[in-house]
Design a protein around this ligand. Structure first.
Ligand SMILES: C[C@H](O)[C@H](O)[C@H]1CNC2=NC(N)=NC(=O)C2=N1
Length: 113
């Protein structure tokens, strides 16, 4: 799996609604109507994640879901992170959600190796 270049990441962020870079990870937050909808969305995401063998880091508290995408195998972002973010965006349209774009943390775009 290839690391995305800084340029590729910048380009992707322009087209990916609702996502921002936070400490090198692709991050987004959703606020659902209730816990049941949040968990239903998580179940749906989980099935897609299994399909592409790429899994989110996430934190759910009641109706809130924070998602971080990162490719641990290469300690960087890869096309799989963009693919999963795109799937999640498409799915999000089926739920009544409020979308929160996390504030970008001004860390280097890519971790120095
Ligand atoms: C062998 C297996 O495909 C890998 O361990 C996958 C599984 N899911 C993964 N998910 C994420 N987010 N990053 C990875 O590097 C990763 N690796």
């Amino acid at each position: 799996m290839r690391k995305l270049t800084e340029l590729e990441i910048e380009q992707a962020l322009k087209t990916l609604d609702g996502w921002a870079l936070k400490e090198g990870k692709l991050c987004s937050e959703f606020v659902f109507e209730d816990f049941k909808s949040a968990f239903a969305a998580m179940t749906e995401i989980a099935l897609h994640a299994e399909e592409i063998q790429h899994h989110p880091e996430w934190c759910n508290v009641y109706n809130k879901l924070e998602i971080r995408l990162f490719t641990h195998d290469i300690q960087s972002l890869s096309m799989l992170d963009l693919q999963l973010a795109t799937i999640i965006n498409a799915m999000g349209r089926n739920y009544k959600v409020k979308r929160i774009v996390p504030e970008t943390v001004n860390a280097p775009l890519l971790p120095s190796s």
